[in-house]
Design a protein around this ligand. Structure first.
Ligand code: CP
Length: 282
């Protein structure tokens, strides 16, 4: 999949093979998105596919129509694949069981964001020229993060080790396993990191008092230039976006030379082209 995406990236705006031209992809987004939805749309257009973008706002879901009924309704109009983002874990699997066409998960609750996971692997491989032997530090709301789960799932298939950093309420001890340690402070993680994956403080998913205050979170866990100066010079800094400047990542780091955040965004198009082609080419 990563090699296919790299071939699409090398081809750039050169017209790719249009063997899928004329097929229709429906993007069913029940949660907000900038990167995922738009890059799926651009990826589909580059493959010559027709896009049907559906958002829950303004649809009949407001009248109580279920996810399955909504999806079946869209499929009945003659679409060839569905891309779905939904707040419930398992929503994409549920649709895949109910529908006879390919279903691509564009983010399901706290559970999985597999195309973001592929993007993260793609970006690491592009910058560090390997997916093996890396120490990856993931910082933040790991408990609620589908991005972290998908990245860990992908990177653990290779010979990597991990440090998970964040408040105990957001980094459950049950995440510790072979080659994965939980560290109480960001300082302990700095010297060994090859890759930082900073996670967004998800105000919409943090129920109750998971963090005492955003200011204290920033004080303890924000990746600042001072902290980055204590890392290896070749370390890369990732964030799936959208990010909170000055909370989990300082503006100077987000916009600085070690940041690959916009490269992750750019990788969204070729990676999702590869995913769409794999799904639709049968
Ligand atoms: N990374 C990501 O999924 O971003 P969006 O929510 O903007 O799609």
């Amino acid at each position: 999949m990563l090699d296919e995406a790299a071939a699409f990236e090398r081809a750039g705006s050169v017209e790719p093979d249009k063997s899928l031209a004329g097929k229709t992809v429906a993007n069913l987004f029940f949660e907000n998105s900038t990167r995922t939805l738009r890059s799926f749309e651009i990826a589909a257009a580059r493959l010559g596919l027709r896009n049907l973008s559906f958002s829950a706002a303004g649809s009949s879901t407001a009248k109580g129509e279920s996810l399955i009924d909504t999806a079946k309704t869209i499929v009945a109009m003659g679409v060839d694949a569905i891309v779905v983002r939904h707040g419930c874990a398992g929503s994409a699997q549920l649709l895949a069981r109910e529908l006879d066409i390919p279903v691509i998960n564009a983010g399901s609750g706290r559970h999985a964001h597999p195309t973001q996971g592929l993007i993260d692997l793609y970006t690491i491989r592009k910058h560090l020229e390997t997916l093996d032997g890396l120490h990856v530090v993931i910082v933040g709301d790991i408990r609620n993060s589908r991005v972290a789960r998908s990245a860990l799932g992908g990177l653990a298939k290779f010979d990597n080790s991990f440090s998970l950093v964040g408040p105990p309420t957001l980094v459950p001890r049950s995440f510790a396993r072979h080659r994965t340690v939980i560290l109480p402070s960001l300082e302990r993680a700095l010297p060994d990191a090859d890759v930082f994956m900073m996670l967004r403080v998800q105000r919409e998913r943090i129920a109750g008092n998971a963090v005492s205050s955003v200011e204290e979170y920033a004080h303890r866990y924000c990746l600042t230039p001072e902290r980055l100066a204590l890392c290896k010079p070749e370390v890369i800094v990732m964030h799936p976006g959208p990010f909170n400047r000055g909370i989990e990542i300082s503006p100077d780091v987000a916009d600085g030379p070690r940041s690959v955040i916009l490269d992750q965004v750019a990788a969204g198009v070729p990676v999702r082209m590869a995913v769409l082609r794999r799904a639709l080419a049968g």
